[in-house]
Design a binder for this molecule. Structure first.
Ligand SMILES: Cc1ncc(COP(=O)(O)O)c(C=O)c1O
Length: 441
């Protein structure tokens, strides 16, 4: 068994990470290339990592951590699985980019489409944001309408029209959550609460004839884990049909995570367009959007909806995607990962219950969310923001003991196929000790 140099509360250090972060701040805004990496919602400077292997990541101060962030979701097989690394190395040696079709295109196309009943054609892009942006354009091109309905608490990447929050009222025009987004763009988006059929109906009635698409994370996992009833998702399908708009499932997280067919397969609901990212690229920068042939043939060069990309379907990234997806198709892959996750969250739940700690660990597939509430939470306004201080403490205590969570209480955790029983036992023990300190025992 591999020995890991885990930190302890006595030895934990961020000396080198802290130094690097100071320099990074002079080069990059906030020292980072994506805001959540800056550790603004938790304590101390971000940790700089230099190596990953299986379920572990290793920082520049020589410490090992069990990783529950897993690069925010792509690494369903853990870090550097040999089944993925080898074909990626072979692909790199043959050429990193051609800007032409390659045989990898066909291989990944067949792999995905032969094993996913809800889509007939797919287009690869380079990020989840690009996938969603393109899916929205496609929906607008198909319906010749402009407005989009989105749900408060769902994140769809930094697409202009979707970086919006609700105003006051049931169904409102979006208010931009970022500077630099013209008000006119935000106004094309109507924001409604999750799990609220009435608000949805009101929005559709008010803007009937203008709505191109309803977009949802069918498993909302960017604002905690706001699991929806199947009936609500089914209602979206029916309402989209009734009002002549398209239903987009943003499966950048849930795609290939809760099953090869993602949330569409899990709930057995047919969306019109599905967006992918994260797992489909096996850790490389990949996104994709997919739909029926009829819808996809609106895209250039066949149809009038323009979308292009220099590095789209990059051969190295496709090699990583193919190798990863191939592993996921092996019998029992998802069942085993889900059982592992349930056992892990079940142990933590039992611990919290036995101590009387107000905490829950909702999960689906191999996604889980440590939350300082026992209520079932389905909408973002049901999350008690004041409890995020408890997460902050837990995060620090876990770091000091060699357990790495994404640096915000609104983020979910991921378990990979590389997380062994030993790793999870170790992590659970450290989390339990951390919670004792959080709750003041
Ligand atoms: C549901 C969802 N959609 C879109 C995106 C954007 O993907 P990317 O960060 O690859 O641009 C994310 C990113 O976390 C996501 O979770």
């Amino acid at each position: 068994m591999q020995q890991h140099t885990y930190p302890t509360p006595e030895t934990f250090t961020r000396t080198r990470s802290g130094e690097l972060f100071e320099t990074a701040k002079t080069y990059f805004p906030g020292g980072v290339h994506s805001p959540v990496r800056a550790f603004k919602s938790v304590q101390g400077p971000p940790i700089f990592f230099e190596k990953g292997a299986g379920s572990h990541i290793y920082d520049v101060d020589g410490q090992a951590f069990v990783d529950f962030c897993c690069s925010w979701g792509p690494l369903i097989l853990g870090h550097c699985p040999p089944e993925v690394v080898k074909p990626v190395q072979a692909a790199v040696a043959n050429g990193m980019s051609f800007g032409t079709p390659t045989p990898f295109d066909l291989e990944i196309g067949k792999l995905v489409l032969d094993n996913h009943r809800f889509i007939e054609m797919i287009r690869f892009v380079s990020s989840g944001t690009e996938a969603v942006m393109s899916a929205i354009r496609l929906a607008r091109g198909v319906t010749k309408r402009d407005k989009i309905i989105k749900f408060e608490g769902c994140y769809h990447g930094h697409v202009d029209a979707l970086l919006v929050k609700a105003g006051s009222g049931l169904a409102t025009f979006g208010i931009s959550t970022s500077a630099g987004i013209p008000e006119s763009f935000a106004k094309e988006t109507i924001v409604v609460p999750l799990a609220d059929p009435e608000a949805l109906e009101q929005a559709l009635q008010q803007y009937a004839g203008d709505v191109a698409a309803i977009i949802i994370e069918p498993i909302p996992a960017n604002n905690g884990l706001l699991l929806q009833d199947r009936a609500f998702l089914q209602l979206l399908r029916e309402k989209a049909d009734q009002y002549g708009c398209l239903l987009i499932f943003d499966e950048v997280i849930s795609g290939f995570r809760v099953g090869f067919e993602g949330a569409a397969g899990f709930y057995n609901i047919q969306p019109d367009i599905i967006t992918f990212g994260k797992i489909i690229g096996g850790g490389m920068p990949v996104g994709a959007y997919a739909a029926s042939r009829k819808i996809m043939e609106h895209i250039a060069p066949v149809g009038p909806v323009y979308q292009a990309g220099t590095l789209s379907a990059n051969p190295v990234a496709m090699a990583a995607g193919i190798a990863t997806l191939t592993e996921l198709l092996k019998p029992g892959f998802y069942e085993s990962l889900e059982a592992t996750t349930k056992a892990f969250t079940g142990r933590l739940q039992q611990f919290c219950d036995s101590r009387g700690y107000e905490m829950a660990f909702p999960s689906i597939g191999s996604i889980f969310w440590p939350t300082f509430s026992k209520k079932s939470i389905r909408r973002s306004d049901e999350i008690d923001g004041s409890k995020m201080d408890l997460f902050k403490k837990m995060h620090l205590e876990c770091l000091k003991r060699g357990v790495y969570f994404g640096p915000s209480g609104y983020e979910v955790g991921f378990i990979s196929a590389a997380h062994s029983q030993n790793d999870l036992d170790f992590a659970a023990t450290q989390i339990e000790r951390s919670l004792d300190l959080v709750f003041g025992v």
